[in-house]
Design a protein. Structure first.
Lengths: 192, 493
């Protein structure tokens, strides 16, 4: 790559982070730094027939002043997910380096879709809902957030909560006969 | 029903205990866990056969131990009685002028019969163990139709029903082996060997005996303070050997009544006996008494237990604070109108012999409260009249949600325990309600000034410009102070 950062003006771009499936080596830790494959609006078509998502080049995520570079253990992780719409600049002309400067927040009305530029769920791989929010919540708005809370104290052994006879379960499994019988609890026969 | 972070949370387990046989305590724990699960887990999440299989496996494994104990005791008793009968027979024959060869000739037919008897008892062990799990499947299935709350008496009736089954099994295997021996004796001497097998099985067995024998070799015992543990809660005081022994006596008393009952209508009753958990109460004369296994109707106040620390006898009453109205809409127990936190313990018996502080645990009969932790303070000064006794309990965390079956009363600081004297304090430093003594920058004494009442556990933070690090723990009491109450401090707001 030519070092022509100073010769070409920065080119702004908006794009969508493609599926993590197509940048596995990076998001699963084999790559380096904070990089994401961005399908830039206009530069790429909505179809991936010409250039597949897997072949899109990486953009580098820029960190804020308060995030820290990692020196002296000062760091905060980047929180960009697949399907996010990001904004950035390309330095060094059309063939230069793409740098992500920010991410648009999702709204309550964000709809997921299968297309290249559609929003997608951010849950991927081991990053799955933890239940702290009570339900899956994939937006970032001024209002409407669920406050994280711990799960309620387990009531399984709280005897002030009335227990119920599971007659239905007994009946379903053929154990609910009104008169008790020897051998009423049946085990499957082993065929030797 | 509330969703639990883990279905095992709150379940009771027993660790291995080298010093006593916890068979009954373990069956009680498994039984309570089982009924809590089938009665309180959402039916959509409940796999009943899995639950029954699980409790049958657990209780079956434990019951193998007492099946061995029963058969071991039977073997010992039969060996003793056969030996005594032979000796008595020899005396009689000698008295009749029989020669030694003649006596040997008379006794010789007994040898293969006695061998067959003891071989039969040995083989009965595996047969009975195999059938015990099938029996437990029947018993737990029958109990699941009636029981809502796996109380101690439910476990005892389950063990009673199993023991009834074991008694029948032993009788059916061993009695035919005893009969030829009895016939030989009775043909010669009448009543020398008249062993009542069923009577021995329900009255003559000491199930703790085998465990006690383990310690007859002068081995050093390292006994745990308690082998009972509640998941996500911590250790709890376990059943003493005496309690378990008494419970066994009650169980065998019930089995004796079941065995002697003449109104056993069905094959099921003949196999397992008549028990409350099957919907058919046992006879009134049983020492098991009536068994309550419906939903709890009263919770009562939480209780405190002390165990470990090499001592015995410590006891006290819980002091409740921060009492509020119970707003839990799922709560069906009428008397849990108020809930509160545990802010202290009134020591009613300081116990004796404590070399280290015993473990302090809090429990309420509804398993409703959580989070209260405290530690005991003992007197370790040999010259003190209270040496080796519990002097107070310091509450580290007061917890919440404990049933409070009392009216809220003002609480008072009866004593202050200095856990950390801190440093750099000055004589002028202080805290409301306490007179602080500072030596070399450290808090060396805190005297309670009368007059201040509280409704919870106060934070004793010392107002100081220079000092730091002191930790003072209040010991709370409801005892009326000697002087007039000046002010009640609200610890919640």
């Amino acid at each position: 790559m030519l070092n022509n950062l100073s010769k070409e003006p920065p080119i702004p771009f908006i794009g969508t982070v493609v599926k993590f499936e197509n940048q596995k080596e990076q998001v699963e830790g084999v790559g380096w730094g904070w990089r994401y494959k961005i399908a830039i609006f206009d530069a790429y078509s909505s179809q991936d027939a010409e250039i597949a998502d897997a072949n899109i080049e990486y953009a580098i995520a820029m960190l804020g002043n308060c995030d820290g570079s990692g020196a002296a253990d000062h760091r905060r992780s980047v929180r960009i997910s697949q399907g996010d719409t990001v904004v950035g600049f390309k330095y060094g002309g059309k063939r230069g380096i793409s740098i992500i400067f920010g991410v648009f927040p999702r709204t309550k009305n964000t709809v997921f879709g299968p297309g290249r530029f559609d929003a997608k769920t951010g849950y991927y791989g081991n990053d799955q809902p933890k239940g702290l929010m009570g339900r899956t919540q994939e937006h970032n708005e001024n209002s409407g957030h669920v406050t994280p809370e711990t799960t309620k104290s387990c009531a399984n052994h709280d005897k002030s909560v009335p227990a119920v006879k599971n007659q239905d379960s007994l009946t379903v499994y053929g154990l609910g006969l009104s008169e008790n019988q020897v051998g009423q609890y049946i085990k499957p026969i082993k065929k030797l | 029903m509330a969703i639990c972070a883990s279905l095992t949370s709150g379940s009771t387990i027993y660790f291995a205990d080298p010093c006593k046989d916890n068979a009954l305590a373990r069956i009680e724990a498994y039984t309570e866990n089982f009924f809590d699960r089938i009665g309180r887990i959402d039916s959509a999440l409940l796999n009943l056969p899995n639950e029954i299989n699980s409790v049958v496996e657990l209780t079956g494994d434990v019951s193998n131990g007492f099946i061995n104990s029963i058969l071991g005791s039977l073997q010992d008793e039969l060996a003793k009685q056969v030996s005594e009968a032979i000796q008595a027979l020899e005396k009689i024959l000698t008295g009749l002028g029989r020669t030694i060869p003649e006596i040997i000739a008379i006794e010789t037919p007994l040898i293969p019969l006695v061998k067959t008897l003891f071989d039969g008892i040995f083989c009965a062990s595996s047969k009975i163990m195999n059938s015990a799990k099938d029996a437990l499947g029947d018993i737990f299935t029958a109990a699941a139709k009636n029981v809502l709350n796996g109380t101690a008496c439910v476990a005892q009736e389950i063990v009673g029903a199993l023991t009834n089954h074991i008694t029948n099994q032993v009788d059916s295997i061993v009695s035919p082996l005893i009969e030829p021996i009895r016939k030989i004796f009775s043909a010669i001497t009448g009543d020398l060997f008249n062993f009542d097998l069923k009577n021995f099985l329900v009255t003559g067995i000491n199930l703790t005996r085998k465990i006690v024998n383990l310690f007859e070799c002068d081995d050093e015992k390292i006994c745990p303070a308690s082998s009972k543990y509640v998941i996500d809660q911590g250790p709890l005081k376990d059943m003493s050997e005496t309690d378990q022994s008494n419970a066994w006596d009650s169980i065998f008393s019930g089995v004796a009544i079941s065995q002697g009952a003449s109104n056993l209508a069905t094959d099921f009753e003949k196999a397992y006996g008549k028990w409350s958990i099957f919907g058919d109460p046992i006879g009134d004369s049983s020492s098991l008494g009536p068994c309550e296994f419906g939903n709890v109707t009263t919770c009562g106040n939480p209780t405190v237990s002390f165990f470990g620390g090499d001592g015995i006898g410590g006891a006290g009453n819980v002091v409740l604070g921060q009492i509020v109205n119970n707003v839990d809409t799922e709560d069906a127990v009428g008397d849990v109108l108020k809930i509160g936190s545990i802010v202290g313990v009134d020591i009613t018996d300081p116990g004796s012999g404590y070399t280290v502080a015993p473990v302090v645990t809090f429990q309420d009969s509804c398993n409703k409260g959580y989070g209260a932790y405290g530690h005991a303070v003992i007197d370790q000064v040999p010259t003190s009249p209270t040496f080796g006794q519990i002097t107070s309990v310091v509450i580290i965390s007061e917890g919440a949600n404990y049933p409070a079956n009392v009216d809220e009363l003002p609480l008072y600081i009866s004593d202050v325990v200095i856990e950390n004297p801190g440093q750099d304090y000055n004589d002028g430093d202080g805290i409301d309600g306490l007179d602080i003594e500072v030596t070399d920058g450290r808090i060396t004494r805190a005297t309670v000034l009368p007059g201040l009442g509280y409704n919870g556990l106060p934070n004793l933070n010392i107002d100081s410009l220079t000092g730091f690090g002191a930790i003072l723990r209040p010991v709370m009491s409801v005892a009326t102070p000697q002087t007039e109450i000046v002010q009640v401090i609200d610890c919640i707001s």
